[in-house]
Design a protein around this ligand. Structure first.
Ligand code: SF4
Ligand code: SF4
Length: 353
């Protein structure tokens, strides 16, 4: 049974206070003791699509970097490029965006080095014993660094059910090819009856895959990257998605890629889930809709345990199932599938700090 450390917080407590308490708990419990002198430590996070989204705040990262430096290591913040066009689809604009979001050295004490290179194509293949893959394509610095501190914000997610450590590892640490492979099966269609031709989906599609036809908007399946954005923005229920055939497949693929990240950092990783500013959608979305009061921070050496504990705490705290708060899909599938392939331990022991 894996231990998950739980630091409680008050609703709307300051990020500075949370960062300070987190540092003290990690130091007291020796949760960074796996980091050795001169280790290059990849602090994987998400810089947020907009200032409004609930991404882990720079001051939290700053404290984690300081703890790594106290062990004589060399921490750096890292991320990967997105598949879709926007603020984060190559290393140059992504790092500029991160600076605008407040992640400069002056606020974090760490540099930003993109894990998948300038164009998202710097990758290393890692062996996994999955049911779909025998190897996965990961961003090279996630594999080449000597230690991983994975900092994830807990959110709902319209395809994965929820986003936290497993999602941050599986999709967030994959190279561009690794991301494409995961998204390849999830493609929606537009039905003409309910479509009002309002063009919202065309505006928001990050892949320019939608055009306006005679009767309705039309998706080009060759351009579609399966992000699900059109599904989220259509108010007329005109975008159809075969959940039964896609969510399972996508979640399995995410979990197997996350398994690869875990294996590449076995014994050299820690997984920190931030349960504040909990939102209906992931931090890739520019919009922000809060669905639960702040709960705290969870830390574990087991990403499956920390995600299982996070889900349980969100539901206990709100008194609702996640599907009532976010999207009505089988959101525990990531955890169940991890158990099925022998990744991590979903049976955790919660240690309240
Ligand atoms: S957002 Fe919906 S209703 Fe509007 S054009 Fe797209 S599919 Fe049609
Ligand atoms: S899922 Fe929808 S929004 Fe996303 S790329 Fe495909 S058509 Fe565009």
């Amino acid at each position: 049974m894996s231990k998950v450390y739980f630091l409680k917080t008050e609703n709307n407590a300051s990020d500075e206070l949370l960062a300070d308490k987190l540092k003290k708990i990690i130091a007291k419990e020796g949760l960074f003791n796996f980091i050795a002198e001169k280790d290059m430590v990849a602090v994987k996070t998400h810089f947020g699509e907009s200032a409004q989204s609930g991404y882990p705040r720079p001051v939290i990262l700053k404290g984690l970097g300081e703890l790594a430096r106290e062990r004589g290591a060399l921490p750096f913040m890292t991320e990967t490029s997105t598949l879709y066009k926007g603020n984060r689809d190559n290393a140059v604009i992504h790092t500029e965006h991160a600076h605008r979001q407040g992640f400069g050295f002056e606020n974090t004490g760490m540099s930003i080095i993109m894990a998948d290179g300038l164009y998202g194509d710097e990758e290393v293949e890692v062996a996994v014993d999955g049911k779909i893959y025998k190897s996965v394509k990961l961003a090279s610095l996630i594999v080449k660094s000597q230690a991983l501190v994975c900092v994830s914000h807990f959110t709902g997610h319209l395809i994965a059910g929820f986003g936290a450590a497993i999602k941050n590892m599986g999709m967030g640490c994959a190279s561009r090819k690794g991301k494409m492979i995961q998204h390849s099966t999830a493609k929606p269609q537009i039905v003409s009856g309910p479509c009002t031709k309002c063009k919202q989906c065309i505006t928001w599609c990050p892949a320019e895959a939608i055009t306006m036809g005679d009767d309705s908007a039309v998706i080009d399946p060759d351009k579609c990257i399966g992000c699900g954005e059109c599904l989220a923005v259509c108010r007329f229920d005109a975008v159809k998605y075969n959940w039964g055939a896609t969510f399972e497949e996508l979640q399995k693929k995410i979990v197997e890629h996350a398994f690869g990240v875990y294996k590449a950092n076995e014994g050299k990783g820690v997984y920190i889930n931030i349960l504040t500013r909990i939102s209906k959608d992931c931090d890739c979305m520019p919009r922000y809709e809060n669905i639960c009061e702040d709960i705290g921070v969870l830390i574990s050496h087991d990403p499956v345990a920390v995600d299982a504990a996070s889900l349980d705490l969100v539901e206990k705290h709100s008194g609702k199932n996640l599907s009532e708060m976010a999207y009505d899909i089988p959101y525990r599938y990531q955890i169940d599938y991890a158990r099925e392939i022998g990744f991590g331990d979903a049976d955790y022991e919660l240690v309240e700090m």
